[in-house]
Design a protein around this ligand. Structure first.
Ligand code: AMP
Ligand code: MG
Length: 354
């Protein structure tokens, strides 16, 4: 299949005639059961009709994703929520007022309209109203309910630009809307409203303390930051090795001097064995490191930039055929919790304390 790539301004609210034509065409691809990758504020999504079980199967096939890993349904108006859930609880109304459109996904009891193919066999459904104007127009033209997991091959880092989508899915989907680099760079926060108190199943840009201000008590799934706890993550997708580069990634934690000394020693050893090496670091430390690829994620104080650059840096390591990658560690608080959650998964929880 040929994959058509079209440019679009992701944050626009008003579109030119040419852009309108592209968005309508993309919407009709979705209504016909086809797949379109599109930019959202978090990462690029791979959109298909959420109410069509055949579309859901196509999404799993294109991504090579296990079919027990449910999809997030994207809507373009709050009013549309009631069409796919059994009941809209008060908490959902409050969260929507505070954070929608935006990077927050809510888990609710599903209505009969949503096929089990979309929810990976669950009686609950994940729903989000994205902020990106182009995404909301596409959802409207696509029929109002667009299932959209991240637009990467399963297991690879999520795509934060159209080039990364093309790298993984060219020839496997009908269309890519190219809106340039996304704003946030990490997937949405997922909060489960079917349990009391509500529980965070995946950390993201909307942090635990932001949710507490609206909901009061909020729990976090213990499996988010720990491996080998023996417990199954409540978001089925979180059990898979995820967001991972092809090379072996190790996170190094400790005082900056110790971290730099350890990483430089290890990369020198690996280089001595003929392996290509890479380092993920923060701005202040950049000049201390030696490796084939040294990639700065941003200043340590600027977590938004680290979040935004993380996946592109992991993909760069693949493009550069890096076999051994070392990364600095981050404080697992606020947005740092989402950064460390993704980094730990990408590293298969390999952490060295120095
Ligand atoms: P992705 O869209 O690729 O970022 O992945 C969607 C994430 O949402 C996966 O980790 C899923 O396991 C999670 N998810 C989707 N629907 C549900 C649900 N009904 N219950 C719990 N987790 C869900
Ligand atoms: Mg994903």
């Amino acid at each position: 299949m040929d994959t058509v790539i079209e440019k679009i301004r992701q944050d626009a609210e008003e579109f030119s005639t040419g852009e309108e034509e592209i968005l309508r065409r993309a919407g009709s691809v979705i209504r016909d059961g086809g797949l379109v990758a599109f930019p959202t504020e978090t990462v690029y999504g791979l959109g298909g009709d959420a109410l069509n079980s055949e579309s859901a199967r196509r999404i799993y096939a294109a991504k090579g994703r296990p079919s027990d890993n449910p999809l997030i349904v994207h809507i373009c108006r709050f009013e549309d929520l009631s069409g796919i859930v059994a009941k809209v609880p008060d908490e959902a109304v409050k969260l929507a007022e505070a954070f929608w459109p935006g990077p927050l996904t809510m888990i609710l009891h599903k209505s009969e309209k949503v096929p089990y193919e979309t929810t990976g066999g669950l009686d609950t459904v994940a729903v989000r109203l994205p902020a990106s104007g182009a995404a909301r127009k596409l959802i409207e033209y696509g029929g109002g309910y667009v299932a959209a997991p991240s637009a990467n091959l399963s297991g690879r880092p999520s795509p934060t630009d159209a080039e990364s989508v093309k790298e993984d899915l060219n020839g496997r989907i009908r269309m890519i809307l190219d809106g340039g680099a996304v704003g946030i760079g990490l997937e949405s926060t997922i909060v489960d409203l079917t349990v009391t108190p509500p529980q965070i199943l995946r950390p993201g840009y909307i942090t635990e303390s932001m949710l507490r201000k609206v909901l009061g008590e909020v729990d976090t799934d213990v499996t988010i930051m720990h491996d080998g706890s023996g417990q199954k993550p409540r978001a089925p997708g979180m059990k898979y090795r995820h967001y991972a580069p092809k090379g072996e990634l190790v996170i190094v934690e400790g005082k900056p001097d110790n971290v730099a000394a350890y990483i430089n020693l290890r990369t020198a050893e690996a280089a001595g064995r003929g392996a290509r090496t890479g380092i993920l670091c923060t701005g202040g430390e950049l000049s201390r490191y030696r490796a084939d690829v040294v990639q700065c994620l941003g200043e340590r104080s600027d977590e938004e930039s680290i979040a935004k650059n993380l996946y592109a840096a992991l993909r760069l390591m693949d493009r550069e055929h890096v076999e051994k990658i070392y990364s600095e560690s981050f404080e697992a608080q606020g947005l740092g919790q989402a950064i460390m959650n993704r980094l730990l998964k990408a590293a298969g929880h390999k952490v060295v304390k120095v």
